[in-house]
Unconditional design. Sequence first.
Length: 466
Amino acid sequence: MSVFRTKDVELMIKESKRHGLIKSLGALDITLIGVGVIIGTGIFVLTGVAAAQYAGPGLMLSFVLAGLTVAFVSLAFSELAAMIPIAGSAYTYAYTALGEVVAFMVGWGLVLEYTVGASAVAGGWSAYFTGILASGGFHLPESLTKVPADGGIINLPAVLIALFLMLLLVRGTKESANLNKILVFVKLGAIFIFLFLAGPKINPANWNPFLPYGWQGVATGAAVIFFAYLGIDSIATSAEEAKNPRKDMPIGILASLAICTILYIAVTATLTGTTPYPQLDTAEPVTYVLRNLGYNLGSALVGTGAIAGLTTVLMVMMYAQTRAFFAMSRDGLIPHSLCKLHPKYGSPYLVTILVGIAVAVMSGFTPIHLVAEMCSIGTLFAFFASIIGVMRLRKNKPDWERPFKCPGLYVIGPIALVFCAFVMGNLPAHTWRNFFVWMTIGAIVYFVYGRNHSILGQRKEPEPEK
């Protein structure tokens, strides 16, 4: 049995066309979707830590570098999403273009991405929660709000929010689309309140030195804050619903990236312009700066907006984790029992509990910058594989229908690969060691279990369409 066997994409495409989605999205709709999924943890949580530890005020350039990388990746990614408009994102794309073993490793990387990403979000949620309490004069003991590496015992609020959302997901709680739209504006409102209050207090002297860690710091900062663009693949998956995908997709992608990158740079400029960058080593930099400037009420308002946004992001990531497991178990690559449905609520309760406990433990005891780095490398790995996949399919399957074709793929694709490799190469050595260990475990799981239980591998020959 070949470990590089691929799924019968043509059958999947025909099936998806029978249940096609209504083409109702224009460029503006896609832009708003992009802004909604991108703005979140990065701007509220990582900007301070990344400025303090990696790039200083030069983090503004880090966001430009990361934004360019994401732009190139997303244009190529969108061709796959439009061509294979079915669930599964990077895992499914790899299965169709690169083969089963690559798909498994991409899926395994997505498991890492969502788990550690959710842990980082939970850590940020905790920081803003305790910050709001501090604005009201109520201070929780640091032993219960900091991880051991930062001098505490456990980040208890992070653990509790992860377990609470785990219970909600076990009960089958689903997000409301209208609630999500409201929360997008709540998040944006929080950002603009911060810029309005803190912007006039900027002291340009705080930007000197602009590159305290040199250009290497800018590159490392870009690698770490790549996490700020997590969810960009969600834009690509809207390609099937675009009215005119050839025009609307590139406009929507590039416009949303430009808006978010400008907001990220504006927030970073304000943070580092009002506060010396070494003091920004906190997971709630926005409210921290407002409190230092004497805006306790403004700090509470912005913190409330951040918490609203982060709660949704955390639930989405924990929910997405179960979807990643579902896709892999459906193909027989991991035990199907993990995704057993609850007899009453109809939710995949076992894997949801497993994910919830993992997120709670990681967020309760691991520094936020470490989990953000791991999330970035998992995301970049999935993007790297997807770019190779889209170029391979363009060559091997030139006749397949492509509602959206990446312009200049053989120029943009290699550029995206180089950018991804460059950003990944600037992640710390310990991140690579942890990633190697995780992927080695994944390879063992595949060759011991997945290869032998693969649904695709059990088929003697492709079944004719009925």
